[in-house]
Design a protein around this ligand. Structure first.
Ligand SMILES: Cc1cc2nc3c(=O)[nH]c(=O)nc-3n(C[C@H](O)[C@H](O)[C@H](O)COP(=O)(O)OP(=O)(O)OC[C@H]3O[C@@H](n4cnc5c(N)ncnc54)[C@H](O)[C@@H]3O)c2cc1C
Length: 538
């Protein structure tokens, strides 16, 4: 196994300074932009990608962590969408088995008819998956439901249904996409914002990007520019216009989804709990993930697009109340270890009045402007690869890119791909897949900054080691305490107070690795403010 290639920032910035023309420039390093960059690089295009913050710092690190076909879209009769997602689910699981795995879900029923009703729908889901199915749907009696979901509310339990979908570590999958694209020759930079679009005779010919750490700006030439900035696409579309032209109509209506993380004791075992219809008609999950349980989510429209959205008090109340109805031990506010929020980039139909997010499209949208700017938004994490193919097809159809055959990423293993331990277990060395061997050679491999207390599932190698911080700086482009504790390790998402506790030790190691370019005091101050938000509830 060849050790991974280091990605030192000075060398990446030097490549940005080269006078050259890129075939493709991607703005945004979430699931969508990284998927596009990887697909294009794998087809041999010269690709550059920038993210103003960190890879997956936006919505792509805040998903419910499900690699799924979207059972509820089936209920809406959207067969095509479900079939495509099931196909993509299989590709994600096959290409990154250390970061994405199958997971069994149990839907408990408290009314007899529910078991048969939902069971029939889920058998149709199996049929659509065909040979890509992950396991058969089964109708369960109440005893079996209690066995599989030891934390379930037993009072009035009539039975349930077990079905299979997938789960993943979203931020680490994003990093694997970035590093795989880099291994194919793409240049990717985090903490580097697109600040202007370059035009010639009304057509986009490149962009200006600014390194947010040094302040240096770079004018890049590119044959095709992709705006893959998620809920921020309208801000980039606003850069694309003649001076003095009227502002463009926004296409994104943000809607926020809150997740609360609690101890695994509330829902022990290896199964996720799924409630298809809560009191207000939403779906609620209790998902075992990296040694904890994720409860969520909500769907609350908002009219601002903020970097660190916070939950509204009603959303916390809603999740805790609903979880309390289905779990034997109801979680309280004081049990919440971390609360985080993601913004859905829902695309507005033309005549939408902007306040009913449930009526908006959850499929992705690709727009090609008169200037040639390609904007992509919407969709879901699971389908990032299909979205990327679609974006490149559109760019080729418009003559912005040379025609080259697709289908190159469906069977392309991502960096680190190797069979891993279940993602329900505490985080540790197993998340590094085939790179765990390199990790163990770094200084501090047995110096644990945080040890996972994971009810006996993790054992040796679980937690956050000093070597993992070094790995993050050398190979995973981490530049800040937040980059390490929110996305290379997921400790901020799992237990915000523990993340606060280990932050100074992380900063010390980053300083050793990154040298004087790393401003330890600022990074720690910013992280403390961030973690405070995850640790406290409104
Ligand atoms: C609560 C919630 C739960 C979800 N759960 C699931 C799930 O379980 N499974 C699933 O498949 N999908 C799920 N999704 C959907 C999925 O997370 C999103 O569809 C996906 O992450 C969107 O990725 P993106 O790259 O389009 O956007 P983002 O991840 O937001 O990426 C956009 C990036 O653009 C960058 N950017 C913005 N402006 C600039 C600029 N000027 N210059 C450079 N960079 C810029 C940002 O920093 C950001 O990193 C969920 C979504 C939400 C909100």
């Amino acid at each position: 196994m060849t050790p991974p290639a280091p990605l030192p920032r000075p060398a990446l910035l030097a490549r940005l300074r080269e006078a050259r023309r890129w075939d493709l420039a991607v703005i945004g390093g979430g699931a969508t932009g990284l998927g596009v960059a990887l697909d294009a690089a794998a087809r041999g295009f010269a690709v550059v990608l920038v993210d103003s913050h960190d890879f997956a710092q936006g919505t792509s690190s805040r998903a419910t962590k499900l690699v799924h076909g979207g059972v509820r879209y089936l209920a809406q009769g959207n067969i095509g969408l479900v079939r495509e997602a099931l196909q993509e689910r299989a590709a994600v699981l096959a290409n990154a088995p250390h970061l994405a795995q199958r997971l069994a879900f149990v839907m408990p029923s408290y009314r007899l008819w529910e078991t048969g009703f939902y069971g029939a729908g889920l058998k149709a889901y199996d049929a659509l998956a065909g040979r890509r199915g992950l396991g058969p749907t089964e109708l369960l009696g109440p005893g079996r439901v209690k066995e599989l979901l030891p934390g379930v509310q037993p009072r009035g339990l009539a039975g349930g249904v077990r079905y299979w979908d997938g789960q993943f570590d979203d931020a680490r999958l994003a990093l694997a996409l970035a590093r795989t694209a880099a291994s194919k020759g793409a240049l990717l930079l985090n903490h580097c914002a697109a600040t202007a679009l370059r035009r010639d005779a009304g057509q986009i010919v490149g962009l200006v990007v600014q390194d947010r750490l040094s302040g240096e700006s770079f004018a890049l030439q590119a044959g095709c520019v992709i705006n893959a900035t998620g809920v921020w696409v309208d801000a980039v579309r606003a850069l694309d216009g003649e001076p003095g032209a009227p502002p463009r109509k926004p296409i994104v209506a943000p809607s926020q989804g809150v997740h609360l993380v609690v101890d695994r004791a509330f829902s022990p075992g290896q199964h996720a709990l799924m409630v298809p219809k809560t009191a207000d008609g939403r779906v609620l999950f209790a998902v075992p993930w990296l040694g904890k349980t994720i409860l969520g989510t909500t769907d609350t429209p908002r009219d601002d697009v903020v970097r660190e959205p916070r939950p509204f008090a009603e959303e916390i109340g809603f999740i805790l109340n609903e979880a309390g109805r289905y779990l034997a031990r109801a979680p309280q506010r004081s049990d919440v270890l971390s609360a985080w929020v993601g913004l859905r980039p829902l695309v507005k139909p033309d005549d939408d009045d902007g306040d009913n997010t449930k009526a908006l499209s959850r499929e992705h949208t690709v727009l090609v402007g008169h200037s040639g700017l390609v904007t992509v938004t919407g969709g879901k994490w699971t389908t990032y690869r299909a979205m990327a193919e679609d974006v490149l097809d559109r760019a080729m159809a418009r003559g912005l890119l040379e025609r080259r055959r697709g289908g190159v990423t469906e069977h392309l293993p991502l960096v680190g791909a190797a069979p891993g331990r279940p993602l329900t277990e505490a985080p540790g060395e197993h998340l590094y897949g085939s790179e765990a061997a390199t990790l163990r050679t770094l200084p501090g491999a047995t110096n644990w900054l945080w040890r996972a207390n994971d009810s006996g599932h993790g054992g040796i190698g679980s937690g956050l080691s000093e070597a993992m911080v070094r790995f993050a700086a050398r190979y995973e482009m981490a530049q800040a305490v937040d980059d390490v504790l929110a996305r290379r390790s997921r400790l901020l998402f799992l237990d915000a107070r523990e993340a606060q506790r280990v932050a100074p030790a992380v900063a010390t190691v980053l300083r050793e690795e990154l040298g004087s370019s790393f401003d330890s005091a600022t990074s720690l101050r910013e992280f403390a403010a961030l973690a405070q938000g995850y640790a406290s509830l409104p």
